[in-house]
Ligand binder design. Structure first.
Ligand code: OFO
Length: 170
């Protein structure tokens, strides 16, 4: 059974995913303004991925016969002290989202909601990847921070990120 509580928690998660998208788009704008086009591109793809995550919840709620109610989305930060500070904020944000997903999974377990457990498994795995991925970028930015030539090379490298297949399909 898809409980009212689970329906509401998943509906809230759409807002969290859209806010994630909004944060990354804002980080992309920050990097554009700082003249790091590669970092900006990386964040723009991150934005697209978050939109795809929001749509997964959106479609799932409908597939369980319930309706989606969109909630307000807050204004994300516009400025960061440095590229490193922006990527560290992205990692911290992903850790928060991992907590959200784990709480949803715990609720589905409590309610014996097997379809939701199956649906959420994709997000459990995705968050492991997200944290590993963003954490790797944080480490690389830390290593090259302050070395302008190396920052330029890293900017170029991250600018080659391609959208995942599921984003390209949409
Ligand atoms: Fe960046 O992760 Fe969505 O859920």
């Amino acid at each position: 059974m898809f409980s009212k509580k689970m329906h509401q928690a998943m509906n809230d998660q759409i807002q969290h995913e859209l806010y994630s998208a909004y944060i990354y788009l804002s980080m992309s704008a920050y990097f554009e303004s700082e003249n790091y086009p590669g970092f900006a591109q990386w964040m723009r793809i991150q934005f697209e991925e978050e939109m795809a995550h929001a749509f997964r919840f959106y479609d799932y709620i409908h597939s369980r016969g319930e309706r989606v109610t969109l909630l307000p989305i807050g204004q994300p930060p516009a400025e960061y002290e440095s590229p490193l500070a922006a990527f560290e904020a992205a990692l911290e944000h992903e850790q928060k989202i991992t907590g959200d997903i784990h709480r949803l999974y715990a609720l589905a377990t409590e309610e014996n909601d097997y379809p939701s457990l199956s649906f959420l498994q994709w997000f459990i795995d995705e968050q492991v990847e997200e944290e590993e991925h963003v954490g790797g970028v944080v480490d690389n930015v830390k290593r090259v921070s302050g070395v302008s030539h190396a920052m330029l090379m890293l900017d170029r490298e991250l600018g080659q990120r391609q959208p995942p297949a599921e984003v390209e399909e949409e």
